[in-house]
Design a protein around this ligand. Structure first.
Ligand SMILES: *[C@@H]1O[C@H](CO)[C@@H](O)[C@H](O)[C@H]1NC(C)=O
Ligand SMILES: *[C@@H]1O[C@H](CO)[C@@H](O)[C@H](O)[C@H]1NC(C)=O
Ligand SMILES: *[C@@H]1O[C@H](CO)[C@@H](O)[C@H](O)[C@H]1NC(C)=O
Ligand SMILES: *[C@@H]1O[C@H](CO)[C@@H](O)[C@H](O)[C@H]1NC(C)=O
Length: 600
């Protein structure tokens, strides 16, 4: 499905030379049915400035993908031979013919080289132009759309066109048809409740899992701390180093800010060595992302993520990325406002960075169907580029079980957005991207699947080879006809793995809270990935990079298979956690001790 082999571009090159783009007839590039919940509020102001992103086809993406799979396969001779930034950029660079055609087209609309900002590989172009100009360029009409339930306004269109000769030279242009915006980019927190100032001292004896012999404090059944996670996942007494070139990162969106004073309070509560060292994270602002440190600005999601990912991996150098969301569009203010899309600002930034963190967790996602497929594919291709450079990426699988987890009563759950309103299981993105490790949720000890654990199958991405056997085994064991028509049995299966996801003891604004959600699972898993990288770097081995091919092959025996619980949604009981991979907890939860032996 990945677009544009070099071969397919050749005849077009001739076409492009024959016709100056401005005179060429337009043809529809992409059209969508307006998603449920959005209605037209009025015409878009002609002087409203749009930050328009144009994606040129990555002419050699297939080669990048092949190399990525080779260097991520633990049985391949090139395992761990990560690519450099320059090598990756060469592989995703657009064909010169695409660059020239698009540049000529922009120039015919008065947009010169000085107005264009290009990504390092040249595969993304960004321009700032008024609505009136974009409407001519794309032969379309923008409107102000209102989201009925939230009252949010955005400027979008439902269809756009390009001169025929440009169709093959452009993958996508946004913002046009993308209605999944910042309101919908949900953090995957399921619940937040105030917690006791002290962890309830338990006089009960430790809990022993009779199957594995693992022993865990009794308090861990109701309150998850760093110590609990190290006990449950067999990492007690492992000491990582701050000096072997390791690193770990957390992304923040939606105005979620990580508070440094809260991190100190958390460390005093749970990681005394980090408290004694006043350990903190590097802060990086992406596209103007802020870093307010007032206790009132502390974000539950951001604090959960940094406290657990960095608490587990201390003293590994850590970074928090705050990516700005666009300010909401206010239709009667008359002020032209920028609009941008989730993920792309962060991907632009991180891909142009010479040394991104080796393990990065994201706890934000959206219903896959609200992200246009063309956009999801390009963002996913960006994640593949990071994987090729040796970066491991995890994302929460979502908090709606097999459904969309939308708490908004005005939108009906689990209906397709294609105008037909069919009932369907709704997977999440970016968890559905095959180059991300999707992390589902468990609860209690001994562990079982948590009911809200996001799981299911992508409608955009086909099942990747690395999980073919595991997922087929799961599908084969389903009773015949199970949920027929509700999910795509050939889609990428979600999640890949799981980790604890409820009762996390987090400090926000100086006070302890108990937080639940797969928002907790992803930073937990990345913490253990950082520890595994520590083990490898100490031995002079490269970082783990893109994890999935390893997880489904050599590393399978390093997981605790979760076989109880299920993830109801869309009026069904959802899927069951079963022996082997399942669409609730994936391969299971990490046994750090075993995984360390397998990867070092
Ligand atoms: C852990 O909590 C669950 C739910 O409250 C309970 O069913 C289970 O018995 C508890 N386990 C132990 C060992 O206390
Ligand atoms: C940590 O910070 C405190 C308060 O600012 C200071 O007194 C202490 O010396 C610092 N400790 C280290 C190890 O830097
Ligand atoms: C789908 O739902 C929308 C809004 O609820 C409605 O306007 C539309 O007619 C429905 N379409 C079909 C095919 O039922
Ligand atoms: C889940 O397990 C229950 C109990 O064994 C069974 O009745 C049900 O059919 C299973 N559901 C699926 C989707 O496999």
């Amino acid at each position: 499905m990945w677009l544009n082999s070099v071969v397919s571009l050749l005849p077009l090159a001739i076409l492009a030379l024959a016709l100056p783009s401005k005179d060429c007839e337009h043809q529809v590039k992409e059209a969508v049915v307006p998603p449920r919940g959005w209605t037209i509020f009025g015409p878009a102001p002609p002087d409203h400035i749009i930050k328009l992103r144009i994606a040129l086809p990555q002419s050699n993406f297939r080669a990048l993908e092949e190399q990525l799979y080779a260097i991520s396969d633990p049985y391949h001779e090139r395992y761990g031979a990560h690519l450099t930034k320059e090598e990756v950029e060469e592989l995703v660079a657009p064909h010169p013919e695409s660059v020239d055609s698009v540049t000529d087209w922009l120039s015919s609309h008065g947009i010169g080289e000085g107005d264009i900002s290009r990504s390092p590989a040249g595969d993304w172009l960004t321009i700032k132009v008024p609505v009136s100009v974009v409407e001519t360029m794309l032969d379309t009409k923008y409107h102000i759309w209102k989201h009925t339930a939230s009252g949010e306004y955005i400027v979008r269109t439902t269809s756009y066109s390009l001169p025929k000769n440009l169709l093959e030279h452009v993958d996508l242009i946004q913002p046009t048809t993308m209605f999944g915006t910042f309101r919908k980019l949900k953090s995957t927190i399921h619940s937040v409740t105030a917690a006791d100032s002290q962890i309830q001292s338990q006089h009960s004896p430790p809990i022993v899992d009779l199957a594995t012999g693992v022993t865990v404090d009794a308090s861990c059944n109701t309150t998850i701390t760093i110590t609990c996670l190290k006990e449950i996942y067999n990492a007690v007494n492992y000491t990582p180093s701050a000096h072997v070139g390791n690193s770990v990162g957390i992304t923040g969106y939606l105005g979620e800010f990580a508070n440094r004073a809260d991190l100190q309070t958390f460390y005093a509560d749970q990681v005394p060595a980090a408290a004694a060292a006043n350990s903190t994270f590097n802060f990086i602002s992406v596209a103007g992302g802020l870093d307010p440190q007032d206790p009132d600005d502390a974000g539950g999601e951001a604090n959960l993520d940094v406290q657990f990912a960095f608490g587990l991996s201390f003293p590994v150098p850590s970074t928090f990325y705050s990516t700005a969301g666009s300010p909401p569009f206010i239709p009667d203010s008359g002020t032209p406002t920028d609009t941008n899309e989730p993920y792309t600002d962060w991907l632009d930034f991180i891909l142009s960075h010479p040394n991104p963190p080796l393990a990065i967790s994201t706890s934000y996602g959206d219903d896959e169907q609200t992200v246009p497929e063309s956009f999801a594919r390009r963002a996913c291709a960006g994640f593949a580029q990071l994987g090729a450079r040796g970066v491991s990426l995890t994302a929460s699988s979502g908090d709606g079980g097999v459904g969309d987890g939308d708490p908004d009563p005005a939108t009906q759950e689990c209906l397709t957005n294609d105008g037909q309103n069919r009932t369907q299981f709704i997977p999440g993105f970016p968890a559905s991207c095959p180059f991300i490790t999707a992390v589902g949720g468990t609860v209690f000890f001994p562990e079982r699947a948590v009911s809200f654990s996001g799981g299911g199958f992508s409608n955009y991405f086909a099942r990747p080879a690395y999980q073919d056997e595991a997922v087929k085994g799961f599908l084969k064991a389903l009773p015949k006809g199970t949920y027929s028509g509700l999910f795509n049995p050939n889609g990428r299966g979600i999640p890949d793995v799981a980790a604890q996801s409820d009762f996390f003891r987090v400090f926000i604004g100086g006070k302890p809270f108990s937080i639940g959600g797969t928002s907790a699972s992803s930073p937990t898993f990345i913490g253990f990935v950082a520890l595994l990288n520590d083990g490898r770097l100490k031995k002079g081995l490269p970082s783990l990079g893109f994890l999935n091919p390893l997880l489904y092959s050599k590393a399978v025996s390093g997981f605790n298979d979760i076989t109880t619980g299920h993830n109801p949604g869309c009026g069904t009981e959802g899927f069951n956690a079963t022996k082997g991979w399942d669409a609730v907890t994936g391969l299971g939860t990490p046994d750090f001790g075993k995984l360390l032996k397998l990867v070092t």
